[in-house]
Design a protein around this ligand. Structure first.
Ligand SMILES: *[C@@H]1O[C@H](CO)[C@@H](O)[C@H](O)[C@H]1NC(C)=O
Ligand SMILES: *[C@@H]1O[C@H](CO)[C@@H](O)[C@H](O)[C@H]1NC(C)=O
Length: 440
């Protein structure tokens, strides 16, 4: 299909960069339109399946608890990033880069590759893998595809900066490099301390490259207790079920430097938010449960859902909206300033723009529409004519006409926290001079 993008004016990128940092601080937004995953076997979901390597797992008993059986995940069922994607509200799994096709890339892509490391030679004698630099190159390819589908770079940039970028890598630079002196000379060339410094320096460049490609929200993981795996204990241990301390010490050296790096990147890179995560020890999943009930839910099959919102500050007002399909895949969004003032009025205009965009895109009769907003006042104005303020009667009449034209449309009230992406777009809209509107 032809990319159908209407960009009313070129978006001022630097201003847009503020969008997520602002909206996130305001309401701890739990949902994002896309999730990109970089890493090793802890994250891989099938990228190694067709590579000549021993580090592949697309056969039983891997996947015995996964609905489709073995998929190339290095475990019995779903991996951590599958769970995170679910908690973020994604209905489908994030596609593996190797098998990503068509529009599912709007949800993000998983580039991770078992046995991969920060350094390009890391992978032991296992065979071919996709090291982090190559994963970042693959991300560049995906960005071009998204840009082609959307038809415009500005819209791509607005999308990319809202996504979460997960980077969990480094274990193999120890277990399949530094501590494999039979294949690698790194342990002869560098002290453990120097090696950790080099790894973190290289990771710093790699994270900055992602930043330059538009990433702003990073989840960066430390290395877990690599000396406590059954493999490490059998390989390096002393026949006792104790952890191998030289491996854990390497991980600690790396993690301490990584924490410092994350702190510096947060200070040095404008509008970026890096979060350091420590993988062992386990987060309390029960604490995340309330988020799950608050996240956005996709529309039923054959429907599209438009989340809309308005924002006002001093004399300015803006509106924003985001349209997703039954799989949670982004199909359209808009964001921009409006004439007028007050949050309620801004929400009203957001509804109006959403309905018009839906018709303009040619979806009337092809899909049902659900419009979600978090203002009870505005919903009542639309549904109960007796409650309408007379000064906004003209806009409300236009909404009436659009609703009649679309026919299969429903308006729904939702909680603010489930509407935070639309809220972010509206807040961003009021700071800008131009209106952006895109669909595909
Ligand atoms: C994006 O759209 C704007 C406005 O229509 C246009 O000026 C700009 O050249 C477009 N950019 C690309 C890369 O197509
Ligand atoms: C951050 O900026 C400081 C001061 O300019 C610099 O010393 C440091 O190397 C920078 N760190 C990174 C990771 O860019």
């Amino acid at each position: 299909m032809e990319p159908k993008l209407k960009l009313m004016e070129l978006v001022a990128i630097p201003v847009l960069l503020a969008l997520l940092s602002l909206s996130n601080k305001a309401n701890a937004c739990p949902q994002v339109p896309c999730y990109f995953v970089f890493g090793d076997s802890l994250s891989d979901n099938g990228n190694n399946n067709n590579l000549p390597t021993l580090a592949k797992v697309n056969y039983p008993p891997y996947g015995i608890d996964f609905p489709q059986g073995p998929t190339g995940r290095f475990c019995n069922g779903r991996n951590m990033h599958d769970f995170i994607a679910q908690l973020l509200g994604f209905k489908d799994d994030i596609p593996a880069f190797a098998t990503s096709r068509g529009r599912n890339i709007f949800n993000g892509v998983n580039y991770a590759s078992g046995s991969a490391g920060i350094r390009k030679e890391t992978r032991s004698n296992l065979g071919v893998c996709i090291p982090l630099n190559r994963q970042i190159k693959n991300h560049e390819t995906i960005i071009s595809k998204i840009t082609r589908l959307m038809g415009n770079y500005s819209a791509t940039n607005l999308l990319l900066k809202q996504c979460i970028y997960s980077v969990q890598i480094g274990s193999n630079d120890y277990i399949n490099n530094y501590f494999k002196p039979e294949f690698y000379d790194t342990s002869r060339r560098f002290t453990p301390s120097k090696y950790a410094t080099l790894l973190v320096q290289q990771l710093s460049l790699q994270l900055k490259t992602l930043y330059n490609y538009g990433a702003r929200k990073f989840a960066v993981y430390g290395i877990g207790q690599i000396g406590c795996t059954p493999y490490a204990i059998s390989m390096y241990g002393t026949n006792r079920p104790e952890c191998v301390s030289k491996l854990n010490k390497g991980a600690t050296l790396f993690n301490n430097r990584l924490k410092l790096l994350i702190h510096q990147l947060n200070n040095n890179l404008t509008d970026a938010k890096f979060t350091y995560l420590y993988p062992s020890g386990g987060p309390d999943l029960a604490k995340l449960a309330p988020l799950e009930s608050a996240v956005w839910s996709p529309p039923s099959s054959g429907s599209l859902k438009f989340n809309v919102d308005g924002a006002a500050k001093e004399s300015r007002a803006g509106c924003g909206g985001i349209l997703r399909n039954e799989d949670g895949v982004l199909r359209a969004f808009f964001s921009g300033p409006i004439e007028g003032s007050g949050t309620d009025f801004a929400v009203l205009i957001a509804v109006k723009v959403a309905l018009e965009l839906f018709s303009e895109a040619g979806w009337v009769g092809k899909a049902d529409l659900v419009v979600e907003l978090d203002s009870k006042v505005v919903l009542n104005w639309i549904l109960v004519p007796a409650q309408r303020p007379w000064k906004w009667w003209p806009q409300l009449v236009e909404i009436d006409l659009s609703l009649r034209k679309i026919e299969k449309v429903r308006l729904e009230l939702i909680s603010r926290v489930s509407n935070c992406l639309a809220d972010g777009l509206a807040k961003d809209g009021l700071t800008r001079d131009s209106f952006v509107k895109a669909w595909w």
